[in-house]
Design a protein around this ligand. Sequence first.
Ligand SMILES: [Zn+2]
Ligand SMILES: [Zn+2]
Ligand SMILES: [Zn+2]
Length: 351
Amino acid sequence: MKQFRCPTCRERVLFERERCRKCGTDLMFDPRQSMMRALSAPCANRALIGCNWIAGDGGALCACCELTRTIPDLGSARNVILWKKVEQAKRRLLYDLDRLGLPTVFARGPGLEQGPHLAFDILSEETAGHPIMTGHADGLITLNLAEADDAEREARRIALREGYRTLLGHVRHEVGHFYWDMLVAQSNWTIPFRAVFGDERADYQLALAAYHDRADRTFDPKGFISEYATSHPWEDWAETFAHFLHIVSTLDSAASLPLALGERARHTLADPYLESDFEALLWSWTPLADSLNELNRSVGQSEAYPFELSPAVKGKLHFVHMVIARFRNGRRRTAAPHAAADELTAAASSW
Ligand SMILES: [Zn+2]
Ligand SMILES: [Zn+2]
Ligand SMILES: [Zn+2]
């Protein structure tokens, strides 16, 4: 994420800040301008959960809080604390989507009413009294609030033998399903998608059940970014989509570090979200991920990015990159699948 500045004293302020540490100005983030402003029309959730975004046009809530359809039972103080963490991750997600030019609402057709859109149900198992499954259905993302509890999430990560489990990773993964529905399903991308990720018509429920029943938890990192990605092509896409967001967002943060960069890397880091050359993106990413991991190890933490990008995984990331770029370029329905497939084949041979 790029650096933001206090509108009063120009001090660097973090995305989540509500107040400038240097001059004390109360701050709010304006997503339309992608900048920090002095407080004037705060989101109605500011006092409750520290949302630091500006209220939306004519609404009491900001553009991010507005997407939350159901909030957890606020009778529980713990729920309030955890919900705050979920919204924090969601605001980063919304920022990513905006930078990528991906809308959260799609029209049914030109001039028609609102069609498919993103929405969130944030639910607590504790207060609901029944299990909550984190997942996605037609744009509605259900999040189990327990995933915002660091101790619980870490316990799940270890139980599931995952190298990485974060709230931000969850929301980036779940929206991946929505953008598959919007950008890939029933488009010219389906045939190339199947060539890269496999046939998504394989029974999803059966595939997930088989995945959860699997005794052998090993998987081939040459073909997949994570073990969960092996469960079904839809999950592979969602995992890859999340990783694409991890990469561009982290590169965006690196852009503000005092680094010695070559001309090409400087060009990529000027806006990694919009870098059109996927190879250039990876070329910047690989040394950064290695350095990030090494820095983490130096302070006694585990690796920040414990993943291996094999040639096949790079091919999948490249596919996500192309789908988003084509959409942004307004050629969603008319993209020539053969050209895309050729591009992919060419890319695959270079990895
Ligand atoms: Zn200031
Ligand atoms: Zn808000
Ligand atoms: Zn999923």
